[in-house]
Design a protein around this ligand. Structure first.
Ligand SMILES: Nc1ncnc2c1ncn2[C@@H]1O[C@H](COP(=O)(O)OP(=O)(O)OP(=O)(O)O)[C@@H](O)[C@H]1O
Length: 568
């Protein structure tokens, strides 16, 4: 469904509130026109008659229309805003539902600042869809139709002038400005997106920029983006003012025409002079309502663009859509002739990968940096999908399984782990909300972090923890989760080798029947593994047990020799 259509669908989902808002908006508009019409009639009548009853009735009508206009306006605001906020909340939920399955790989398609601009800026701009785009033309059309029918009773000529004025102010002028807005608005939106993206980059890379003395340069760049956005906003403002002035002028001219034509008809005896002031007041009252149409072009363009940017997000990234049940543990994992190339890259990250992992075994994936180890783990986690070949868990194709359920059987510790602002305890409870303090403390001891109190504060992104502490905390989380399939990507690369060995021996002794798939640069602790997969340039160059690979005296043996020489 295209962007605006979906927003329309979500808005019309609140059909009761939308209908009530239109009804009360119409009532407020018509009551406003009736108020002015009756005041015009009252002025003429008071000049021509001394009948007190008519004047009293007209005075009462004035009060009634005034009250009806105010109450209807209140009801219109109430229902239209209620419909808008419900629509916005539905939109946020539906956008989040679309985004959620793409989450692990989404940053390879969108920069975080761009996503933030879409989630916050674009969703917020859509709050104007009902209030400033959909509903003003409908209400205005209804008010004008009633006004035209009423005026036609007294003078067809005056009704025609009002009809032409309505066409110009409700359709023609806004349509011309909507076309002009398109270019200006696209430029403003593009510079807003650049500003947001660059701001997010500056925030994330602040430390690195400072260390490399590039902060000022980046700041200057950001100021340029901000200046550019400011000037685009000014242009938008000027255009909106121009649209308002032109529309106001056309409305005023229409009222002048009504007056001129009315005077002519009265002089020619075609119109009772008693109604002239009333008809002029009617046109003034009706055209008073057109002011929201001046802002219509800007809002329409903004909403059209925002809706299509939100709509873009979903199809851009592959949706992992399987819903099958993963097999019950224990299950084996097989990879058959897997090929994978990152989007936009020419070189394949993985070529012809085939391997078998039996349940309850320990597999190490080793190889030089960039050889494809982490990519292989991401395929196993179903975060990436292979271009060719199949991955099976217990004989069932991974692509057809429900991703969330697959993760339910895994303890994954990847190279980057996020820590939230809070305490050690709150960060551990993410893995299992019902874990007791004793369980949390036991997990901390298993990763040699017994010295950290559960109540210790954790800064944003775990800033107050060392690299090794963060890695161990991530393993502690996985221990608390305790699932039978461990997928670990360089889990102790920042931990000293004695502590790393102690952690591995804790994990292996407490998880005897569990499967471990570990990516590691460290070749020292590999003798305990059942299988070692050696990768280079995206291919498996050899595999086997530690002893068999050492006896073979091939690639792995040479890596070991290099390691020995370096650390000798
Ligand atoms: N998101 C990505 N987009 C494009 N190319 C990528 C992406 N991530 C990795 N690559 C490329 O894929 C290849 C394999 O990378 P991968 O991270 O799997 O290697 P690795 O063996 O895990 O390296 P390391 O040991 O340094 O973590 C590399 O050439 C890398 O540049």
């Amino acid at each position: 469904m295209s962007g605006l259509k979906q927003i329309l669908f979500l808005t019309l989902h609140e059909k009761r509130d939308v209908a009530l808002a239109v009804f009360f908006g119409f009532l407020a508009g018509v009551a406003g026109v009736a108020l002015l019409a009756s005041s015009g009639y009252l002025i003429s009548r008071a000049a021509l008659t001394s009948q007190m009853t008519i004047l009293i009735v007209m005075g009462a009508c004035l009060k009634l229309f005034g009250l009806a206009s105010a109450l209807s306006r209140y009801a219109e605001r109430l229902f239209s805003h209620r419909a808008t906020f419900t629509m916005l909340s539905n939109l946020r939920s539906s956008f989040f539902e679309k985004l959620s399955p793409l989450a692990p790989g989404i940053f390879s398609h969108y920069r975080s600042g761009d996503l933030l601009a879409r989630i916050v800026g674009d969703v917020e701009s859509l709050q104007n869809f009902l209030l400033r785009v959909l509903y003003p033309p409908i209400v205005l059309l209804l008010v004008f139709l009633s006004t035209i029918f009423f005026s036609a009773y007294f003078s067809m000529g005056i009704a025609a002038v009002i009809a032409i004025g309505a066409f110009l102010t409700v359709f023609a002028v806004p349509a011309v400005f909507a076309m002009r807005q398109r270019t200006i608005h696209n430029a403003a939106r593009a510079s807003r997106a650049s500003l947001s993206t660059e701001s997010a980059e500056l925030l994330h890379g602040f430390r690195d920029l400072k260390i490399n003395q590039r902060l000022e340069q980046k700041q200057q760049q950001l100021e340029d983006f901000s200046g550019d956005y400011g000037s685009q906003q000014r242009k938008e403002g000027l255009e909106e003012n121009l649209s308002q002035s032109v529309n106001g002028l056309v409305a005023l001219l229409a009222s002048f025409f009504v007056l001129g034509l009315g005077a002519y008809f009265t002089a020619a005896g075609e119109l009772d002079g008693l109604y002239l002031a009333m008809l002029v007041m009617i046109s003034l009252g009706a055209f008073e309502n057109v002011s929201p149409m001046a802002a219509f072009p800007a809002h329409f363009e903004e909403n059209r663009k925002a809706a299509s940017r939100l709509d873009e997000v979903a199809p851009a990234a592959p949706v992992l859509k399987g819903d099958g049940q993963p097999p019950q543990w224990p299950f084996d994992i097989t990879l058959d002739n897997i090929n994978f190339t990152y989007r936009g890259e020419e070189r394949a990250a993985l070529t012809d990968i085939s391997l078998q992992i039996e349940p309850g075994t320990k597999t190490a994936i080793v190889g030089p940096s960039g050889s494809g180890k982490s990519t292989l783990l991401q395929l196993l986690l179903n975060i990436l999908e292979p271009d060719e070949g199949t991955i099976r868990l217990g004989g069932r194709e991974l692509a057809e399984l429900d991703q969330e359920k697959v993760w339910e059987s895994m303890n994954a510790v990847l190279q980057e782990n996020h820590f939230f602002f809070g305490t050690i305890k709150s960060n551990l409870l993410i893995a299992n909300e019902s874990a007791s303090d004793e369980q949390l403390e036991a997990a901390l001891s298993q990763v040699q972090l017994a010295e950290l109190a559960l109540s210790m504060k954790v800064g944003e992104k775990g800033q107050n923890l060392s690299g090794g502490q963060k890695q161990r905390l991530a393993i502690a989380r996985a221990i608390i989760r305790r699932k039978p399939l461990w997928i670990l990507d360089e889990p102790v690369s920042s931990v000293d080798s004695i502590t790393a060995k102690a952690i591995y021996s804790e994990l292996f002794s407490s998880g005897k029947d569990e499967s471990f798939i570990i990516v590691s640069h460290d070749l020292t602790a590999l003798s305990q593994m059942d299988q070692i997969i050696v990768m280079d340039g995206g291919k498996i160059v050899e595999s086997g047990t530690y002893d068999s690979l050492m006896q073979k005296k091939s690639y792995f043996y040479e890596l070991k020799q290099i390691e020995k020489d370096v650390f000798a």
